[in-house]
Design a protein. Structure first.
Length: 250
């Protein structure tokens, strides 16, 4: 289906992807399974496969939380910095489940899983729109450390890399970016140290909902060195963990 070029680079990429970290390799939206953006093979196909997930440079994290990279793990390309639009858009109803399928997550990378959404402004199209530093994001789900001390990242591993959230009921229709992330805290005893692994996917919300949030954050902006939960010693601090960012919109 796709002409394969640079197969040596593909092999090298696969070798390096074994080393560490992770990304969302597949995502189920509206009951349809979409392959994720695969950073170690997609760039070597011509034409590149169409994805709902925005490009990311590899399986590594963002640690400088002042960079646009913290938005979608993107990088400068074609004049779009930090969040390059993807060609495909999934479709889903409010109240339905979105499921993320992460590559094998390392045990050591303890931390929360957090999910935001951002509505594309009227007159813009998600296949060409990026939020830049605008405050457009609202939190829709989060999971940190349980009362018995189990991190969401460990639960993810126990669930074979699968994590789900529910699109808010009654959410107004339109195009939205879903920004899902793991924040790994194994080096977060000081700043910089927390490792952010964001993934942005594109969805058309259907239906006739009328609900919209009124409070938004920006990426970069939502997380700084002084945001609770960005600096945290996972080895010494056995107490409660405050998940970074605003409250979940409800
Ligand atoms: C997650 O994606 C991988 C790679 O495509 C696949 O092998 C695995 O079966 C998927 N897991 C689930 C639960 O679908
Ligand atoms: C967005 O742009 C794509 C690509 O040009 C087009 O196919 C699609 O119909 C547009 N969607 C909307 C809602 O305008
Ligand atoms: Cu890592």
């Amino acid at each position: 289906m796709f002409a394969r070029i640079g197969s040596l680079a593909v092999l090298l990429g696969l070798a390096s992807s074994v080393a560490a970290h992770g990304y969302v390799q597949a995502e189920t939206v509206g009951g349809v399974v979409y392959t994720g953006y695969l950073p170690y093979s997609d760039p070597y196909y011509s034409p590149p496969p169409s994805r709902i997930i925005r490009k990311l440079p590899g399986n590594g994290p963002v640690t400088d939380l002042s960079l646009i990279d913290v938005q979608c793990n993107g990088w400068s390309e074609g004049g779009v910095i930090g969040s390059a639009p993807a060609p495909l858009v999934a479709s889903a109803a409010p109240g339905s489940t979105v499921t993320f399928n992460w590559t094998t997550w390392p045990d050591s990378h303890l931390g929360p899983l957090i999910t935001y959404m951002a509505k594309v402004p009227t007159g813009s199209n998600i296949t060409s729109w990026s939020p830049g530093t605008s405050a457009v994001w609202f939190k829709v789900a989060q999971s940190g450390k349980s009362s018995s001390g189990v991190w969401a990242s460990t639960t993810l591993i126990n669930n074979k890399g699968i994590y789900s959230f529910t699109i808010p009921s009654g959410l107004a229709p339109g195009q939205y970016i879903i920004r899902h992330e793991i924040i790994a805290l194994h080096s977060a005893y000081a700043y910089p140290g927390a490792q952010v692994y964001p993934s942005c996917s594109q969805v058309q919300i259907t239906g006739s909902g009328t609900r919209s949030p009124t409070s938004f954050v920006s990426f970069p902006g939502a997380y700084t060195a002084s945001t609770p939960g960005i600096v945290f010693d996972v080895y010494q601090n056995t107490g409660a963990y405050t998940i970074p960012g605003p409250a979940v919109w409800s």
